[in-house]
Design a protein around this ligand. Structure first.
Ligand code: MG
Length: 364
């Protein structure tokens, strides 16, 4: 039983403008929730809405939370499958649902005095994340790459998808700068046509690229299959897979080698488990990524990444691109690219910077 849900706005500027093929952002604007249960325990959650991928706005997040709260209020924190059932009844705002799911898992872990990753399977004690470089001039991207390598990151995710010829120059410039000990992965965010994708990926193969994420538009699975067949680099689906049924569709279409799970798309941890199970059974690896979460949401991602064997590629870096950290104490740590969820119960978020949170409502 829940006593109340506090809903907050959290706006944090990015360290620098972040450009991908579909647009540029300068800040993360998220909704943070704090659930308080009948015992007085607190559960933290965060929604990082995406207009482009999930058709969400702050208003749809707020409305979804308001609609769901009276229904979920009566649940126990262990009633996760019932929570998921309620969330799947409507198609609205997946990220709002992710926030609720995180807060439930946080309470659940606290109730049984275990960190969330232990209740998800507890497979590993740490993960190594990449860090993402937005679209810039090739020499600028190479500079960022060197900066991140100097900070200890050994995997870089490079945004492409604007201009096929220049995209090849970008990867050449970065590879020349960092050498071959650094993992490079690429994300075109649907920016190429099928033919462009086949052309660029063929050239990128000279520079040891680990994977190419979402080369073409999300709904062209036949095209994605063609790109995969023609390419020597593994292909990952991001925008094409939001739910467990989407995972089945891309697997049936033989369209990908890797499925990128994001908790904002999957409606949280429970939906992610379902996608991971489907992927594993089909022999498809999972990657885990993020939208624009602060360290609250990223902490949930690190727990999932540590819990499940089939999640093997880690792109949990959105908090690192932000100017400020909303978590003061606890939550997933970062050291030279290595992240740890830690051994505290639940999500392990102990204290947040209250002055960064603007209260929107308290639902009872
Ligand atoms: Mg992506």
């Amino acid at each position: 039983m829940l006593r109340r849900m506090e809903v907050y706005l959290l706006e944090i500027p990015l360290n620098e403008p972040f450009r991908i093929s579909s647009g540029t952002s300068t800040r993360s604007t998220n909704i943070v929730i704090r659930l308080v249960d009948a015992n007085g325990n607190e559960g933290w959650g965060e929604a990082s809405p995406s207009r482009r991928v999930l058709n969400e706005t702050l208003d749809t997040v707020k409305a979804t939370l308001k609609n769901l709260f009276p229904k979920v209020k009566e649940l126990e924190c262990t009633d996760i499958e019932k929570l998921y059932e309620l969330m799947m009844e409507t198609p609205d705002s997946p990220s709002a649902k992710a926030a609720l799911d995180f807060a439930f898992f946080d309470l659940y872990g606290k109730e049984i005095s275990k960190p969330v990753y232990k209740l998800l399977g507890g497979y590993r004690e740490s993960i190594e994340t990449d860090i993402t470089i937005g679209i810039m001039e090739p020499e600028e991207q190479a500079k960022r790459a060197l900066k991140f390598v100097a900070q200890g990151f050994r995997s870089l995710k490079i945004k492409l998808g604007i201009d096929p010829k220049k995209d090849i120059e970008r990867i050449k410039a970065i590879r020349d700068a960092v050498g071959y000990d650094i993992i490079l992965r690429v994300d075109a965010n649907q920016g190429w046509s099928v033919n462009e994708a086949i052309y660029v990926i063929d050239k990128l193969a000279d520079y040891e690229v680990e994977l190419v994420e979402q080369p073409i538009r999300w709904d062209d699975l036949k095209g994605l299959r063609r790109v995969r067949k023609e390419s020597s680099i593994p292909i990952a689906a991001d925008e094409s897979v939001k739910t467990p049924s989407d995972a089945i569709k891309v697997i049936e279409a033989d369209a990908v080698d890797i499925i990128n799970i994001k908790l904002m798309k999957s409606r949280g941890i429970w939906g992610a488990l379902k996608i991971a199970s489907i992927s594993e059974a089909a022999g498809i690896k999972n990657m885990i990524g993020c939208m624009g979460e602060s360290r609250i949401g990223i902490t949930a991602g690190v727990h999932v990444a540590q819990g499940l064997k089939n999640i093997m590629i880690y792109d949990l870096d959105s908090d690192l691109l932000l100017k400020e950290d909303v978590v003061i104490e606890g939550g997933a740590s970062i050291e030279q690219g290595v992240r740890r969820a830690g051994s505290d119960s639940g999500l392990g978020i102990k204290n947040v910077r209250k002055e960064m949170l603007t209260q929107i409502s308290v639902l009872k």
